[in-house]
Design a protein around this ligand. Structure first.
Ligand code: GRF
Length: 224
């Protein structure tokens, strides 16, 4: 079966790009990265693309509309079917977002709709939440909005700082993004009335308390 042709937009480090590259390295994985676009020439993620022998381009983002036109042209030239934002740090032109509606996804380091925008981990710590995590969602013109495909949860530990929490979330980002991409590439993900339906979807059977209830025995949730 043909693999889904994916374009990845980055601005920096590219650790999520690397996680996707690794997943696509399995011949049984249903997607391949055919193009990487960075708005910054110095983005370390470009080197990761280079090492993996993936076509890469730098498209500056001084002007939103000029970026949209050039990126759209490159994506079409490469026959890209799905765009993954992976640490792409600029707001995209609404026309670009609409053109790729339900064909563009993003990963954000919080449990959306909480803590949209920059410094999501700092926002989570300031709010005193006991859990945070990450979200893969379809992109809409408003920042960090759009139908939720998948989420992963991590605990906030006492004494966490932004860096420690970000590192803990990043570990699950690198598992969640390849999972979400696989589900999309398998054709199992549909947007219906602004919510995502996934064929054969299963939620975990466990609940987690924080603080832990050390006085109680482990419990199972009643099955549906
Ligand atoms: C990640 O935390 C991602 O959730 C956010 O930006 C960061 C990008 O990291 N959108 P990297 O470039 O993938 O390492």
């Amino acid at each position: 079966m043909a693999r889904l042709r994916v374009g990845v937009l980055i601005s920096g480090r590219g650790s999520n790009l690397q996680a996707l590259i690794k997943a696509c390295g399995d011949p049984a994985y249903p997607a391949e990265i055919a193009l990487v676009i960075s708005n910054r020439p110095a983005a370390p993620g470009l080197r990761l693309a280079d090492t993996a022998e993936i076509r890469a381009a730098v498209v500056p983002h001084f002007d939103r509309d000029a970026f949209a036109a050039e990126a759209d042209k490159l994506l079409h030239e490469q026959g890209i079917e799905l765009v993954c934002l992976a640490g792409f740090m600029r707001l995209l032109a609404p026309s670009f977002v609409e053109a790729w509606r339900d064909r563009m996804v993003n990963i954000h380091p919080s449990l959306l709709p909480a803590f949209r925008g920059l410094h999501a981990q700092r926002q989570a710590l300031a709010a005193g939440v006991r859990f945070s995590g990450c979200t893969v969602h379809f992109v809409r013109p408003e920042l960090d909005c759009g139908p939720i495909i998948a989420q992963a949860v991590v605990p906030v530990h006492p004494g966490d700082d932004e860096e420690r929490l970000a590192a803990r979330i990043l570990v699950v980002e690198h598992r969640l993004y390849p999972l979400a991409l696989r589900l999309i590439a398998e054709g199992r993900v549909r947007v219906i009335a602004n919510q995502v339906e996934i064929d054969g979807w299963q939620a975990p059977e466990i609940a987690v308390l924080s603080p832990q209830d050390t006085s109680a025995r482990p419990f199972a949730l009643p099955s549906a």
